[in-house]
Design a protein around this ligand. Structure first.
Ligand code: SAM
Length: 367
């Protein structure tokens, strides 16, 4: 790693490097992009590896034995992640989600959680720190994560039907072990766990009502996600998408639902509560009801590239800036500039043709 600072003029010639403004403005805490969207959430992918091969995310045909995952030397260290996270927090980020790949595969992930949990917003508040997992390692890790300061958990579970789930994760992982992971997390003190179900027509959509019924009254919140055209390897087709309105209609027919207000502006899921007061569900409708206009999320990839949209083609190499010896002020200014120029609105302009474009894989950019 070099500590030499490259002059700005030379830096501009290195294509993937983010420009650093001539005057490094101090973080304002209220960064807005070209559409007036503030930077509020940061998703950090801590590994591009996963022990599942979900057919809609990391299909075996692509992510096989010969697939080149990032070498360890390219992956951000916990210190680098925390350094960058601190700069994002100074720019207004209040919520951080750790994801991947499978984040619990990252060795000693609880150490990173502890480091991030120590960060404070400019107003002195702790961050809303959360993590998305397939739950396979939760029985081992849940208490460590809780003790390290993780606030909340999201668990992915695409079906309660064992044969369907085993076929979707494509590593023959049983439903029972995900439920054990959820139970272990609850035992460790995690409450209101979110359960993500990606709904794909003809694959698992028959199980939507059963999933809602199973978690109704448990305090956990199922979120039904429309199958998205992330990356370029999942063979996405519009016909495979079950619109969230359909999901809500199917559940409401058996267990009446009432729409409720978001927890905060820019929340991804639309919230619905059971009319009988026994809890709530969420629906995430990136395809049929694009929420770009309120998107406040930045994404940091495994090797330190900043992406301003899940459907981006390219990122901004913050790790290179660190390795070139730039100061925190320089990097914070570069992040500020990138966000202020942000004009992404992919889900508003999605067509069958854009869906075929080469995009970044979900496992690398982080779900
Ligand atoms: N391994 C972790 C897990 O299983 O939750 C975290 C990473 S995973 C990429 C994060 C979330 O993205 C999961 O809930 C997964 O179901 C969702 N996901 C992946 N590909 C998707 C797609 N094409 N459309 C919608 N959601 C997707």
């Amino acid at each position: 790693m070099s500590s030499k600072v490259i002059p700005i003029a030379d830096l501009r010639q290195l294509e993937s490097l983010p420009a650093i403004p001539m005057e490094a403005a101090a973080p304002s805490g209220m960064l807005a992009d070209t559409r007036g969207r503030h930077l509020h959430d940061l998703r950090i992918s801590v590994t591009d590896r996963c022990n599942f091969r979900c057919t809609y995310c990391m299909p075996r045909t692509v992510f096989d034995k010969s697939y080149q995952f990032l070498p360890h030397a390219e992956v951000l260290s916990f210190e680098e992640i925390t350094r960058l996270a601190r700069l994002f927090v100074a720019h207004g980020v209040e919520k951080i989600r750790l994801t991947g790949g499978e984040p619990l595969l990252r060795k000693n992930i609880e150490t990173l959680v502890e480091m991030l949990a120590a960060l404070r917003t400019p107003a002195g508040r702790p961050l809303d720190l959360t993590l998305t997992t397939n739950a396979s390692l939760l029985p081992k890790k849940a208490s460590l994560l809780k003790a390290a300061g993780l606030h909340r958990l999201t668990v992915s579970l695409d079906s309660l039907d064992d044969a369907t789930f085993r076929a979707m994760n494509d590593v023959d992982f049983p439903v029972a072990r995900v439920l054990e992971g959820i139970a272990a997390a609850q035992e460790a003190g995690f409450e209101n766990i979110k359960v993500n179900m990606v709904v794909k027509r003809g694959v698992n959509d028959e199980g939507v009502v059963a999933m809602a019924r199973h978690f109704k009254g448990s305090g956990h919140i199922v979120r039904f996600i429309e199958f998205m055209d992330v990356g370029s390897s999942n063979g996405w087709r519009m016909d495979d998408v079950v619109p969230s309105a359909d999901v809500v209609r199917r559940i409401s027919a058996e267990m009446p639902l009432v729409e409720i207000e978001p927890n905060y502006s820019g929340e991804v899921a639309e919230r619905w509560r059971y009319a009988d007061g026994s809890g709530e569900i969420g629906v995430i409708s990136s395809v049929t009801q694009a929420f770009c206009s309120t998107c406040t999320r930045a994404r940091l990839s495994v090797e330190g590239k900043l992406y301003t949209c899940l459907f981006a083609h390219a990122g901004h190499d913050l790790r290179a800036l660190m390795h070139l010896g730039h100061t925190d002020d320089d990097i914070a200014a570069a992040v500020g500039l990138i966000w202020q120029r942000r004009d992404d609105r992919y889900s508003e302009i999605r067509t069958a043709a854009t869906a075929r474009e080469k995009k970044i894989e979900m496992s690398y950019i982080g779900g």
